[in-house]
Design a protein. Structure first.
Ligand code: 13P
Length: 250
């Protein structure tokens, strides 16, 4: 049984006060969520206060990235130990904006995943093809190298220790969602890949989220697909009334 996970990636939005208010709203909206999990990933500056605002709620807290080292000369980075220290249990890694705007490659993504796991954080490992790659017919090849290179040396014996998120780059922030058929096709492919890399009973339990313009109108159809185990939501996660409907997908 894969428990659905609805995750909000707030990206570079929200001052501390705004974040605490939104987190409080998400905590209230999620209080009746029994058969699903809810996670939010505020910007670093708000994590500490948001962690306090989430105390006693069932909302999980994630960072939007994480360094692979515990401490040291890594200007501008935040370590998994620091994040765990403030109550952050998950870390988004390899998001398309990290890859395409900040030049992070599969190798760096791999280091971050290894680092997160080493210190007991759950990586939300993002993969996704660009429009050019899809149109050139390279979708599966690109995703396969992202998965294989991103997971070099990563041991997964407990499926709860990692989450994969498929976010087609062309669907992020564009209002253009993958069709449910496109999403299911990729999710099934990724699960098959994982089954070849890890024990089958473990791979079959790893959650694979879909991200890219998820909204109240398309969430039910996406979540009805066999291998879609949740959503990684950007824009709509900033609006409580939209995120509410997404959390309560049917
Ligand atoms: P949007 O939902 O705004 O398309 O963003 C998706 C995303 O990048 C979540 O990580």
């Amino acid at each position: 049984m894969r428990t659905p996970l609805i995750a909000g990636n707030w990206k570079m939005h929200m001052t501390v006060n705004e974040a605490v208010e939104l987190a409080g709203a998400v905590a209230r909206l999620s209080s009746d969520a029994r058969d699903r999990e809810v996670m939010i990933a505020p910007p670093y500056t708000a994590l500490f206060e948001v962690a306090r605002a989430l105390e006693g709620s069932n909302v999980l807290l994630s960072s939007q990235n994480v360094c692979w080292e515990e401490k040291g000369a890594f200007t501008g980075e935040i370590s998994p130990v620091m994040l765990k220290d403030i109550g952050c249990s998950m870390a988004i890694i390899g998001h398309s904006e990290r890859r395409h705007v900040f030049g992070e490659d599969n190798k760096m993504v791999n280091k971050r995943i290894l680092g997160a796991q080493k210190f007991g954080m759950v990586p939300v490992f993002c993969i996704g093809e660009t429009l050019d790659e899809r149109e050139a017919g390279h979708t599966f090849k690109v995703l396969e190298s992202q998965v294989r290179e991103g997971l070099v040396g990563v041991e997964i014996s407990d499926p709860a220790t990692i989450v994969v998120a498929y976010e087609p780059v062309w669907a992020i922030g564009t209002g253009k969602t993958a069709t449910v058929v496109q999403a299911q096709e990729v999710h099934a492919f990724v699960r098959e890949l994982l089954a070849g890399m890890y024990q089958k009973n473990v791979a079959s339990e790893i959650r694979i989220l879909y991200g890219g313009s998820v909204n109240p109108e398309n969430v039910d159809a996406l979540m009805s697909e066999e291998d879609v185990d949740g959503a990684l939501v950007g824009g709509a996660a900033l609006k409580p009334e939209l995120f509410d409907r997404i959390i309560h997908f049917q």
